[in-house]
Design a protein around this ligand. Sequence first.
Ligand code: BGC
Length: 759
Amino acid sequence: MHPLRKPLLLKHFLLLAVIFAFTPATFSQSKAKVKISAPAKGLNPVIENKITALLAKMTIDEKVGQLNQYSSDKVVTGPITNSGNKLQDVKDGKIGSLLNVRGVDYTRQWQDAAMQSRLKIPLLFGLDVIHGYRTTFPIPLAEAASWDLDAIQLSARIAAEEASASGIHWTFAPMVDLARDPRWGRVMEGAGEDPFLGSAIARARVIGFQGKGLGNTDAVMACVKHFAAYGAAIGGRDYNSVDMSLRNLWEFYLPPFKAAAEAGAATFMNSFNDLNGTPASASKYLQTDILKSKWGFKGFVVSDWGSIREMVAHGYAKDTYEAADQAIHAGNDMDMEGRAYNNNLAKLVKDGKVSMAIVDEAVRRVLRKKYELGLFDDPYKFSNAEREKQTLNKQSFIDAERDVARKSIVLLKNQNQLLPLDKNKTVALIGPLVKSEADMKGFWSVDWEGKDHSVTLFEGMEAAGAKVNYAKGCDVSDTSRAGFAEAVKTAMKADVVVMAVGETAIMSGEAKSRSDITLPGVQEELIKAIQATGKPVVVLIMAGRPLVFNWTADHVPAIVYTWWLGNEAGNAIADVLYGKYNPSGKLPMTFPQSVGQVPIYYNYLNTGRPSKDDAFSKYSSGYLDITKRPKYAFGYGLSYTKFEYSDLKLSKNDIRKAEEITVSFTIKNTGKYAGEEVAQLYLQDAVSQPVRPVKELKGFKKLMLQPGESKTVSFVIDKDKLSFYNNDLQWITQPGKFNVFIGSASDDIRLQKSFNLLD
Ligand code: BGC
């Protein structure tokens, strides 16, 4: 480009921006005269101008069309209401977006139809790309166990590169719902129970999906969901009501959403639940007051599948006419598979219940993203067959898949250093999941026809050179012990037994709540039978949620929690079992001893009668039949090596509000393997009104140490880390004593000091 061209273009652009900013545009509609205000801060005036011009040409039906999203019939992820002739609807401009579509050829057909519509407004194609597209990564909860933000961002990046090469513009991820109840099947899709870890992961995922920003061919729009508090469904029952104080909402449940919005997430999805009596789709408080106003979100909000229509079943709206009225006024821009907008919105405008300005604002938000993606310049931008062929399942992606998978594995127990295994020993592989392929992928994986690239445990162990025998023993949900005898025989022939038990992929996920979260069927009986042989036993638990397996935890010498690791599961597990990779995962969710302890989480408030963690004490806040301890605490996870923490220093003993304090300490690898440790910083505001949790995660660092190596770790504590919401929802700090805990897990605090925050 000529050196003079650049400043000239910039000047033109600025001039335009200024003119536009001070010239409120007006245009006439047949029914209403609408005044468009100047574009808000952070918006591109050129795009806003184009939208204004386009809106002026649109009929009310075309506008409603942009707010209407249908699912294709190919993949269905919820109850379809009425299939109709969708292709014709697209040609008639009655659909703005399709979900559950993928593939260059298929999306191209739909876009062709959109190009036959009067205004040729391109369609948006969305899909639940939750943990990978062609390359299948671990389920999100497993990835969260890696506490490795680079790995998590990379997994989202690869998912976006593949999805965007396959015609997709938009993924319905990340799910950032905080969850304290493992009965809820959707815990598999989130990052666990902690707002600090959850916020960091939300950011990493949004950045991963959106890459260098919308408009790049390899960026897909993120959709942050489910706004809000969906994870707090009463009783862990999916879609159930949520009743919580606003302070609880702001303090625990909203931070990951805020972090995702700040990271530039293009879209948000609301949720199925009601929050304190108002269905989220009808919540002006959430969608307009918090998201669009307070947080300045410029993207659009899509409903969850049919959630506008479902306000009728909630008993919140008399019919879908009323539901659509409530949703659009609350700030719900697009209607996913609900047909509430396309059946009612035009009439609502005609009846004078909804102003054209409100409809225009929602349409503007949707069109803005279509412009930002570059679809108006080239509707087929993401539909390049050659790119699709080149991109899907590249070797470098498969390598990343294996690496992220092994980073997600959590070592729960390793008595007498049974692991890593000696390659010369013969291994009996026993259990219903040893040869399972489909289950390795976990819920919310994208289906591919034919034999997929995916490595079972059996294949992974064989590829690692293990000498293996196999017996299934039972199915996951079996009630029969018929296969036990053969399994015992197989175990007897081997030096060591590796068992693969857990859940099938469809036992966790949407609408997959379970009241009993023990190992299903007779799997724990099978473990007992094998343990009785006297052979050393390693149990691998493959599941989409924290399970309860007390007998196994108390009797079996080695336990590895593998979750659902994706296509490279078998290789990743073999890497860990043979010590090619030293496990470094830490639990992102508390594991209860009993479902009766649920909800259970580490950052609880003390009571006036706190019980000891590990004892029954009279007149204290515990249970008669069980201690209040979890089985495995938040942040827990072992390594093949040992880490020693020492030398905690605080840069000051007292600080003033505007000051920072630096916490530093040393970690030494005192074992014989190189390994990674996740050092965790927890804070406690010792005396406060309202009361504060017993500890809160406020920092973590994952670091690699060679045997004998020491490293100094430091964290900076600033005002933000000491602040909290009071009952008036003000973000405040209170002077007084703060405890600093440094640990290897929330219940394994190695170092502790305090400082005072001065007035
Ligand atoms: C789920 C969403 C999902 C949508 C589309 C809904 O049932 O709650 O998380 O994105 O379906 O598949």
